[in-house]
Design a binder for this molecule. Sequence first.
Ligand SMILES: NC(=O)c1ccc[n+]([C@@H]2O[C@H](COP(=O)([O-])OP(=O)(O)OC[C@H]3O[C@@H](n4cnc5c(N)ncnc54)[C@H](OP(=O)(O)O)[C@@H]3O)[C@@H](O)[C@H]2O)c1
Length: 238
Amino acid sequence: MNIAIIGYGKMGKVIEQIAVERGHSIVLKISSSNKEDLNVENLKNVDAAIEMTQPDAAKENILLCLNAGVPVTSGTTGWNDEIPVAEQAAKNNDTAFLYASNYSVGVNIFFEVNKILAKLMNKQSDYNVSMTEIHHTQKKDSPSGTAITLANQILESVDRKSNWSEEDNNADTLHITALREEGVPGTHSIKYSSDIDDIEITHTAHNRNGFALGAVLAAEYIFDKKGVFSMQDVLGIN
Ligand SMILES: NC(=O)c1ccc[n+]([C@@H]2O[C@H](COP(=O)([O-])OP(=O)(O)OC[C@H]3O[C@@H](n4cnc5c(N)ncnc54)[C@H](OP(=O)(O)O)[C@@H]3O)[C@@H](O)[C@H]2O)c1
């Protein structure tokens, strides 16, 4: 496949390495210094675009590709409210879009474990549930997109929690602690705590390779498809 990498930063560089290892060609690399190169002409020989930039740039980049008929996988976090616009654009243009707040295969398995545990704990009202996420200090959004996905999954099943917040104020609030530490690629923990015991599940990314591999797997999955897809489709865990 000919791949465009939109956002040639920490993630974009690892995506390039893994995509090339998997036999793909990187035909376009975009960062903020050459963003005018992201245009219809340069997208003509692109089979799929992988977008990982920043929250205020994602929608514009993605719509440009989708409107040019180029399938897009995006992992930029922090622009959740506008994702439906991109999904609609993929449908309107008969092309494909896949968004994942976290492309790691391990995290997507962790999402499924989180859903099962939340269902099991719904009736166990002696346990309070809380979350912690840790990321590197350059991360722009807080809490992380992955933490928000995990929190929403818990809210869907644990009736005694009605919202999430970084403020630890109400009993019906799922408290998220977001910590920023140098060099941490991404750690997410969910803890159900009672006077008697705790149940804790944690996913720890050791590096960025898992995110990059997942994004390339997603591009391989959607490049010849039409519609809106998820990592569950890519991993066959729907
Ligand atoms: N879904 C996942 O699995 C996953 C995993 C890790 C990270 N992420 C997310 O991916 C995004 C990128 O993370 P990162 O760690 O790679 O960040 P990064 O190192 O800051 O890289 C961001 C890249 O985007 C470029 N950029 C900024 N504005 C742009 C624009 N308007 N058009 C085109 N390119 C633009 C930057 O260019 P300059 O350097 O020239 O400014 C830089 O190359 C973040 O939202 C992060 O949360 C997602």
